[in-house]
Design a protein around this ligand. Structure first.
Ligand SMILES: O=c1ccn([C@@H]2O[C@H](COP(=O)(O)O)[C@@H](O)[C@H]2O)c(=O)[nH]1
Length: 217
């Protein structure tokens, strides 16, 4: 783990990243070199806690010593972040496709990376219900739903929001500004799952051009 930490979380390494995802299944303690390297260099890690794939609950919801494995991972990250201000760099991955969290994220004091939007079917309203008070720490992630239409921003918007612009408005005007930092918002809105499920736009029908996001109501 120390070698991985050097490669991905240390200044000057050609592979250094802002943050990496880590699996805790060697034991959370085995990740210590990565935690230390991330803290030292101001980087972050996201430890898998409750993943979005359907096979995950059999392992992550298993109970050991009165706590689920997922809660054990959450608690270890919370302990590591306890004294950090305003927020620690030990984050968790919690899939947005999960219907019932079943873990307490209240003491985490760290970010939550939530994959599952777009292609996997989670919606922004799922996010509000699922994460409750922890919502402000959640970074929603979507990949295929965005990449498939890219790289032009206008093409992305046209694919996902037109000709059903109206159905995109609720997320833009109510959910997003309150929960997602501006830099993230474009990404998330472009992958807004409700629009992913909408019919593909007719290439013959011109899309009304809107000057800027968020769309006027
Ligand atoms: O619980 C998890 C953990 C990681 N992933 C990864 O995130 C992206 C999701 O891609 P989409 O195209 O938005 O579905 C992908 O790289 C997964 O390996 C995850 O989906 N769930």
């Amino acid at each position: 783990m120390a070698a991985y930490a050097d490669a991905y979380l240390t200044d000057g390494s050609p592979l250094a990243a802002d943050a990496v995802t880590l699996s805790p299944y060697l034991g959370v303690g085995a990740l210590e070199p990565a935690f230390e390297a991330a803290e030292k260099s101001g980087r972050g890690v996201f430890v898998l806690a409750l993943t979005s794939n359907p096979e995950a609950p059999a392992v992550q919801r298993a109970v050991n010593g009165g706590r689920s494995i997922a809660q054990t991972v959450v608690d270890a990250a919370a302990e590591r972040n306890a004294s950090a201000s305003p927020i620690g760099g030990i984050g968790l991955v919690v899939g947005a496709t999960i219907s019932d969290l079943g873990v307490d994220l209240g003491a985490l004091n760290g970010p939550v990376l939530a994959p599952g939007f777009g292609e996997q079917g989670a919606t922004l309203s799922d996010m509000r219900t699922l994460f409750g008070k922890s919502l402000r720490s959640v970074l929603p992630a979507t990949s295929r739903a965005v990449l498939r239409a890219g790289p032009e921003v206008f093409a992305l918007r046209r694919r996902h929001c037109a000709p059903v612009t109206r159905s995109c408005r609720p997320s833009v005007t109510t959910d997003v500004p309150r929960v997602i930092p501006p830099g993230m918002a474009t990404h998330v809105v472009l992958g807004y799952p409700r629009s992913v499920r909408s019919p593909a736009p007719d290439p013959e029908t011109p899309t009304p051009r809107r000057k800027s996001w968020p769309f006027p109501s």
